[in-house]
Write a protein that binds this ligand. Structure first.
Ligand code: XMP
Length: 510
C-alpha cells in the first residue's frame, strides 16, 4: 500500500528525523527527502504537506541549499522550521539578515493573531530557538502571527496558499506546545488522514529482515541496552536461531552489570555467548586521554574481538546493530550535519569489515524502540534501562582510564543509581550517572586535611538524547547521595551536580 506522506525536506538539521518521527507519532506516515530532490519525484509522492527542516546554512550564502522553486506551485501546504522559514521568506521575495541578537534556547512566544495553527494553544508559551539569522522583511502576501523578544517574525503565514513558517523548533520537547502545533499543521492545515501505526512498522521490518537475510546467519553484539536487545529480539523473531548473540565485557561496565545483562538476555531466549575481554581493552587504553582517541580504540578493539568470535559462526553474512538515528546524525552519517562525537557503533567501524550491516532502527529514536520492545513483549525493567554509551565508563572517567578510578566510579555510580531507584526518580530521568573528574580538591575530614577526587553527578530529562535539560532533584536527595558517596567511597572528597543543558553541553562529559 502506498501511503500519502508528509514530506520532510532535509536541509542538514540535527533534528530532521525528529520532525519525521513527530509526524509519525501523530499518526501520519512521513518521509525525509533531500533538499535537491527533483520536483517530479516530490509530485509523485502526492504529499499531504511538506515541512522544511532547519539547517546550519544561511540563505544568502552562495551555496545555500534551496529547494526547486516549483515546490511552491504544487498547491500543497508548506511549513518552514527555522532555516526552513528563512528559505520560504527568501525564495518568495522577503529579506533574511544576520541578527545582532542570536537566539539560543528558551524564548517566550507571543501570539498576535489567532489562526487554526494555534488551535487549543494559549497566547503565550515557551519555545526552543536556535538561530543566528532572522527575517527582516516579509515576502508579499505574508503576515506575522507571533513574535518573540528577538524574533519580530517568529511565526509567519500566507494563509491562502497555506504556507507557514516557525522561527523556533516545534519538534523538540522544550517547545511546550510543539506537538499541538505540528498536529494543527498536519490535520487542520494539510487535512491529512491517519495512516501510520508502530505495529505496521514491526511487521514490515520482520518481513524486510527475512528477505534481506535469506538463508544466511546474523551475528549481534549485545550491550544489554535497550537498542541492541530489542533489535536482537526482533531479528530472533524473524530468523530464529540463525541469529548468534555475543556480549563482550570490555571491562568498562558498571557494578554488577555483566551478571544482570546475562540474566536478562537469557530470559528472553536469545542464543548468547559472553566474552571476557577487559584486560585487552584496559591495556590498550593505558596512557590515552583524548575522548575521540578512546572511542576509536574501544571501537576498533571491539570489532576486532567480535570479528574473531564471529568466525566461529558458519555462514554469517550480517552484523546486527541497534544503531539509532541520533547515533547516525551525531556521527555525521547524514549529509550536511556537523560531526559532534564519533559514537563507536557507527563511526569507528573499520572499512574492511567482512560483514554487511543490519540496522533495523537506523531511522528511529529510543522511545520508539522502547515502544517496539513493548509490542514484542520485552519486560518493562529491561526496556526502562537508562542508555549507556558503548565506550562505557571510559568516557565517564575524564582523562586516562585505570582500574583504581574505574573502581571508584563504579561505587559512586552504584550509590547514585540505587538512591534514584529507591526514591522513585529512576524512571523519571532519561539518564543518570556519575563522572570522575581528573582533579583533586581540598577537604577536611575528622580534623585532617584531605586532597581527593571529585565526582560529578549528571541526571537529565530528554525523550531522544538530542536535547536535554538537567533534572531538578529536591536538595535533600542530592544531599543524601553526596553524603553516601563521600562516606562510602574511598578517594572521593567532593561531589558536584551538573546543571548544563544540551545544547550547549552534551549529555556525557566526553
Ligand atoms: P551526548 O553525550 O552526545 O549523548 O549528548 C547522547 C546519547 O548518546 C550516548 N553516547 C554514546 N553512545 N557511543 C554510544 O553508543 C558513544 O560513544 C556515545 N557517546 C554518547 C549518551 O550516553 C547519550 O545517551
Amino acid at each position: 500500500m502506498k501511503r500519502r506522506p508528509i514530506l520532510v525536506v532535509n536541509f542538514g538539521s540535527q533534528y530532521v528525523q525528529l520532525i519525521a518521527r513527530r509526524v509519525r507519532e501523530l499518526g501520519v506516515y512521513s518521509e525525509i527527502i533531500h533538499w535537491d530532490t527533483p520536483i517530479e519525484e516530490i509530485r509523485d509522492k502526492n504529499p499531504y504537506g511538506i515541512i522544511f527542516s532547519g539547517g546550519p546554512a544561511s540563505v544568502y550564502s552562495k551555496d545555500a541549499p534551496l529547494p526547486p522553486r516549483e515546490i511552491y506551485d504544487l498547491g500543497v501546504p508548506i511549513l518552514g522550521i527555522c532555516y526552513g522559514l528563512q528559505v520560504i521568506a527568501h525564495q518568495l521575495g522577503g529579506k533574511v539578515e544576520r541578527s545582532d541578537h542570536q537566539e539560543y534556547g528558551r524564548a517566550r512566544l507571543k501570539v498576535l493573531k489567532r489562526d487554526p495553527i494555534f488551535e487549543g494553544i494559549p497566547d503565550e508559551f515557551d519555545v526552543w530557538m536556535s538561530h543566528a539569522d532572522k527575517v527582516s522583511q516579509l515576502p508579499p502576501n505574508f503576515e506575522t502571527l507571533a513574535v518573540s523578544d528577538n524574533s519580530p517574525h517568529a511565526v509567519i503565514a500566507s494563509k491562502d496558499r497555506r504556507f507557514y513558517g516557525f522561527q523556533f523548533h516545534p519538534e523538540v520537547v522544550h517547545t511546550v506546545f510543539g506537538k499541538e502545533l505540528l498536529s494543527n499543521f498536519i490535520y487542520r492545515v494539510c487535512g491529512a488522514k491517519r495512516n501510520w501505526e508502530m505495529g505496521d512498522f514491526v511487521e514490515e521490518k520482520i518481513e524486510e529482515i527475512r528477505s534481506t537475510v535469506g538463508d544466511s546467519h546474523v551475528i549481534a553484539a549485545l550491550s544489554g541496552g535497550v537498542d541492541s536487545t530489542v533489535a536482537s529480539v526482533l531479528v530472533h523473531r524473524a530468523i530464529g536461531d540463525r541469529l548468534h548473540c555475543f556480549f563482550i565485557d570490555h571491562g568498562l561496565l558498571r557494578l554488577g552489570e555483566r551478571e544482570e545483562v546475562e540474566r536478562n538476555l537469557r530470559s528472553l531466549g536469545l542464543p548468547l555467548k559472553v566474552v571476557d575481554a577487559g584486560d585487552i581493552f584496559l591495556g590498550r587504553l593505558k596512557g590515552v586521554e583524548d575522548p575521540e582517541q578512546k572511542r576509536k580504540i574501544i571501537g576498533n578493539t571491539f570489532i576486532e574481538i567480535f570479528e574473531k568470535e564471529a568466525k566461529s559462526v558458519k555462514g554469517a553474512e550480517f552484523l546486527l546493530q541497534g544503531t539509532l538515528y541520533p547515533d547516525v546524525v551525531e556521527s555525521a552519517g547524514i549529509k550536511g550535519s556537523a560531526k559532534i562525537k564519533t559514537h563507536h557503533n557507527v563511526g569507528g567501524l573499520p572499512e574492511k569489515m567482512n560483514l554487511k550491516l543490519l540496522e533495523p532502527f537506523r531511522e528511529l529514536f529510543k522511545d520508539e524502540v522502547r515502544e517496539i520492545g513493548k509490542l514484542l513483549g520485552i519486560p518493562k525493567e529491561i526496556l526502562g534501562r537508562h542508555p549507556f554509551p558503548g565506550p562505557g565508563l571510559a568516557i565517564r572517567i575524564i582523562g586516562e582510564v585505570n582500574r583504581e578510578d574505574l573502581d571508584i566510579l563504579r561505587k559512586a555510580d552504584a550509590i547514585f543509581i540505587e538512591e534514584l531507584k529507591r526514591e522513585g526518580f529512576y524512571d523519571r530521568v532519561w539518564q543518570a550517572f556519575a563522572v570522575l573528574l581528573p582533579i583533586r580538591s581540598v577537604g577536611v575530614m575528622g580534623d585532617v586535611r584531605t586532597y581527593e577526587k571529585v565526582v560529578a553527578l549528571r541526571a537529565v530529562e530528554s525523550t531522544d538524547g538530542m536535547t536535554a535539560d538537567w533534572f531538578r532533584f529536591p536538595p535533600d536527595f542530592l544531599d543524601k547521595v553526596m553524603r553516601r558517596i563521600i562516606n562510602e567511597v574511598r578517594g572521593v572528597g567532593r561531589v558536584v551536580y551538573d546543571i548544563s543543558s544540551k545544547p550547549p553541553s552534551t549529555i556525557e562529559w566526553e
